[in-house]
Design a protein around this ligand. Structure first.
Ligand SMILES: [Zn+2]
Length: 350
């Protein structure tokens, strides 16, 4: 065994389905070709030691005839039409399954932690189906039941807009993440239903009141799939120290978001961001919540990342920066995938 080989990475968040489904995305077949655009495809993932992760279904606002779409009073995009949200969710979920169908056994949508672990060992790329916002879920939770049966194992109650269940955090710098109301009664029902079905609940886009509502209700570890420490980058998308402490107390975890504007102290959208900034965030998170509760949540194909990583094939540069910083092999394995597997095993059962 090569002692210097980086451990395989299982990652908390990517938006490749959005990119592949876009106007020039190329659809499911493009996932198997080494591309130049975007961050993630199978050949580049292999080069970067990326073994899989949460594949998000994210719904953009529909094209609007108005020059600027109407916003809510708190500056969020308006709630989505239910039929539109369901149609888009079906399309991107179907694309994930088409990738699996066409992969010749190289890509698997997993439903259990044991299956996830086995695939990582056998070098089969794994995907966890994640809905980034419950906009396609009706309040009777019929769609939740059906998507669960289809393979849904992770759900964010909201993205950055309101829906029937909660309200997403408005993105601001140097402001409090307490930007709006907490969960609705339907939102509380949804949390209970996810607990019963053992669907993981992602708190990454919730505003602060929503976060504390979930924390008070859920019986599962608290998980933020793609967020950072507010103490180092005061974006409302990041987690304050009390939130990090609650995640630690629940034995949950945080996936480091690679978005430069959620990493940097000045929150600048500047790709010229040194790896040191990512390492500093990891140091802070590990110090605050422990080495067993931090992983990656890259947001590949969803955000602007450091040019020192470039795309998924650059992951080994982050791993060696962490190694240079003093993270040893057992620590790197935890950050790379073991912590995710532990939390998913606790959340999903076996
Ligand atoms: Zn996101």
């Amino acid at each position: 065994m090569d002692r210097n080989a980086s451990p395989v990475v299982f990652d908390g968040h990517n938006d490749v389905l959005l990119r592949l489904g876009g106007p020039d995305g190329g659809g499911p077949d493009a996932f198997f070709e080494r591309g130049e655009r975007g961050h993630l495809d199978l050949p580049r993932a292999r080069e970067g030691g990326f073994g899989g992760g949460f594949f998000a279904v994210w719904i953009p606002s529909p094209p609007s005839p108005e020059p600027t779409p109407e916003c809510t009073p708190r500056g969020l995009p308006p709630a989505l039409d239910a039929a539109y949200a369901l149609r888009r969710t079906m399309a991107d979920t179907a694309m994930l399954f088409r990738i699996e169908d066409r992969s010749d056994g190289k890509f698997r949508v997993v439903r259990t932690a044991a299956e996830l672990q086995r695939c990582l060992e056998e070098e089969v790329m794994v995907a966890v189906l994640h809905l980034e916002g419950a906009d396609a879920i009706d309040i009777d939770l019929d769609a939740l039941q059906v998507f669960y049966r289809a393979g849904l194992r992770s759900l964010g109650l909201v993205w950055g807009r309101p829906n029937a269940f909660a309200e997403g955090v408005a993105v601001h710098f140097q402001r409090s993440p307490d930007t709006g109301p907490g969960l609705t009664e339907a939102g509380r029902e949804l949390v209970r239903a996810c607990n019963n079905l053992r669907i993981m609940i992602d708190v990454s886009h919730l505003n602060e009141r929503g976060f504390w509502d979930v924390a008070a209700l859920t019986d599962a570890p608290l998980v933020a799939t793609h967020s950072n420490a507010y103490a180092l980058c005061a974006s409302t998308r990041n987690l304050t120290d009390p939130q990090l402490d609650a995640i630690a107390a629940s034995d949950g975890m945080i996936g480091l978001n690679f978005a430069v504007n959620f990493l940097r102290e000045d929150a600048a959208r500047d790709a010229n961001t040194p790896l040191e900034v990512m390492v500093r965030q990891i140091d802070y998170l590990v110090e605050r919540v422990g080495i067993d509760r931090v992983g990656f949540g890259s947001d590949f194909d969803g955000v602007l990342i450091s040019q020192e990583i470039g795309d998924v094939s650059g992951l080994p540069r982050l791993m060696s920066a962490l190694r240079d910083r003093g993270y040893d092999d057992p620590a790197l394995r935890k950050l790379a995938h073991e912590n995710w597997i532990r939390v998913l095993r606790k959340t999903w059962g076996e």
